[in-house]
Design a protein around this ligand. Sequence first.
Ligand SMILES: [Zn+2]
Length: 77
Amino acid sequence: MKTCKDSIDVLLQYLDGELPAEDAAALESHLGCCTPCVEFLRTYRATTHLCKRALAQKMPESVTASLDAFLKERLGK
Ligand SMILES: [Zn+2]
């Protein structure tokens, strides 16, 4: 049986998709009955999402524009 500490320890691997299927299943069953761990996971995901947005906003406009043009060209639009 997984404890909360075990779950938190493997959570990063789980989110990166690096956790073996057996461990991922054990973690998921723990998350299924442990609200604090689910909350932790939600907070963690929200935080990384915010970090990515913050990084994107720091990107200079010229870079964003050329990236945008590149993507449009590649997508044929
Ligand atoms: Zn837990």
